[in-house]
Write a protein that binds this ligand. Structure first.
Ligand code: GLY
Length: 164
């Protein structure tokens, strides 16, 4: 079965790459008027995955981590690398240490450097929200945007990134 999958994958190179196809995990972080934080993530919708592959979405601390005392983070991109670094957990733990959401996301993306640079074209991005309602997004590569919606506004923000 794996062999068949590899043959198929060779023939359709890049066709279902989540970066090239521009679809991946959808993450949502929310704060209510009392300051309680919640979060959720979808699966990536990545077609023709290796049978049995488990992405980062269902793994607590990988694509999503919420601690209502500190804040929350979620990830999108190549799930294997998010899992290897317990990425969202790392972001929240860095906010617990006092880092801003942006600094915490940068630390988690930098943690990917060694393992991620071997996989050209792949992306990982984080968004984070702390108890003060401060938020940030940061990605490995250019091109990640996140939306911020409040009672009075809605905006799409181009996230800062590590590599061109
Ligand atoms: N980030 C989604 C996945 O890798 O499955």
């Amino acid at each position: 079965m794996e062999r068949e999958w590899e043959k198929w994958e060779d023939k359709h190179k890049g066709m279902f790459d989540p970066v090239l196809r521009n679809h991946d995990t959808i993450g949502l972080l929310a704060m209510d008027k009392e300051g309680n934080i919640a979060g959720g993530v979808s699966t990536s919708g990545w077609a023709n995955k290796m049978p049995g592959r488990v992405g980062d979405s269902p793994i607590i601390g990988a694509a999503l981590y919420v601690d209502n005392e500190v804040g929350a983070a979620c990830a999108t991109g190549l799930g294997e690398n998010v899992i290897k670094t317990a990425g969202s957990f790392l972001v929240v733990e860095k906010m617990r240490e006092g880092y801003s959401p942006l600094e915490a996301c940068k630390i988690a993306v930098n943690r990917l450097k060694k393992i991620h640079s071997k996989e050209k074209n792949h992306q990982v991005a984080y968004i984070a929200l702390n108890k003060n309602g401060e938020h940030a997004g940061y990605s490995y590569k250019n091109g990640f945007e996140y939306a911020v919606v409040t009672n009075n506004s809605s905006q799409l923000i181009q996230a800062a990134f590590l590599n061109k």
